[in-house]
Design a protein around this ligand. Structure first.
Ligand code: UTP
Length: 291
């Protein structure tokens, strides 16, 4: 597989689970400690070797574009005040060798449709998709980096998965590996949010993908599925019948920051790992739990 240089971030969803905050603040801009969710996904993509970031947004998400834009006035102020560390932090939002491209999804017609909106920028090369509300905490190489390495060595598309309790299959896309319990395992089929009794297994799709551009063709003739949305899962299920698509259980801990408890858990995890905050966070938690 060719080198993966382009990463797509579908951020055009409505984020209804975080209302009322998401009336004005896009879900992707909610912070974990001091950085918005989107920054964690962007850093992971850059670490994996991507240099072109494609954000699929909607007309309400100016905050995402503004965040990655250069903040001249702020930078001048910090420079004048000699606040070099803060200045570096602001500039590191997007390193100089990386470019950001914004495309609009006019209507929220589903994740599959959002990915298809990125086609004019991605073109005919393999690409990554990252859903920023799946935050993956790792100590070593990031989850996408692990997947890009695997895609290159196996010349395959790769989809991140994690084991879930059977009772929860209805909240996820579930892969069918035809009984192969290995890691990675070849995918033979995929089902979006199956009832536990219908699920072909218990490996759930997590929001990281390395995909062949053939998926665009398949998305173009994917009819709206579950919920009237064009489902990425449906196109991927078809991709898996005609090419090598691997399910990969990455090293790392995934937080579902599309849910309130996931955001809280991630905040705790990152605070306990933060050099300046860890001690106080631990003390506070102990005291709060003892109440
Ligand atoms: P979700 O299913 O989490 O939907 O989308 P949502 O609208 O963001 O959030 P809730 O459920 O209303 O709280 C999964 C990912 O797909 C993107 C979302 O931005 C999110 O990253 N998405 C979804 C789009 O970009 N466009 C769509 O039409 C749908």
């Amino acid at each position: 597989m060719l080198k993966v240089r382009k990463a797509v971030f579908p951020v055009a969803g409505l984020g209804t689970r975080f209302l009322p905050a998401t009336k004005t603040v896009p879900k992707e801009m909610l912070p974990i400690v001091d950085r918005p969710l989107i920054q964690y996904a962007v850093d992971e993509a850059i670490e994996a070797g991507c240099d072109t970031l494609v954000f699929v947004t909607n007309r309400y998400k100016h905050a995402v574009a503004d965040y990655f834009d250069k903040a001249y006035e702020l930078e001048q102020k910090l420079e004048k005040a000699g606040k070099q560390d803060l200045l570096a932090m602001v500039r590191e939002v997007l390193p100089a060798h990386v470019r950001a491209v914004f495309v609009t999804q006019a209507e929220a017609l589903g994740l599959g449709h959002a990915v298809l909106c990125a086609e004019p920028v991605v073109g005919n090369e393999p690409f990554a998709v990252l859903l920023p509300d799946d935050l993956i905490w790792t100590r070593g190489r990031g989850a996408l980096g692990q997947m890009v390495d695997l895609a290159a060595s196996r010349n395959a598309s790769v989809i991140a998965v994690q084991e879930v309790p059977r009772a929860q299959t209805g909240s996820y896309g579930i892969v069918d590996t035809a009984g192969d319990e290995g890691n990675p395992a070849r995918i033979h089929g995929m089902v979006e949010k199956p009832a536990p009794e219908d699920a072909p297994g218990t490996r759930a799709v997590v929001g990281r993908y390395v995909l062949s551009p053939r998926v665009f063709e398949l998305l173009r003739d994917t009819a709206p599925g579950r919920g009237g949305e064009i489902q990425l899962t449906d196109a991927l299920a078809r991709l898996a019948t005609s090419s090598n698509v691997l399910a990969y259980a990455f090293e790392g801990m995934r937080f579902d920051c599309g849910t309130r408890i996931g955001l809280v858990e991630a905040t705790i995890r990152y605070a306990l790992d933060h050099p300046e905050l860890a001690d106080r966070a631990r003390d506070f938690m102990r005291a709060a739990l003892a109440e």
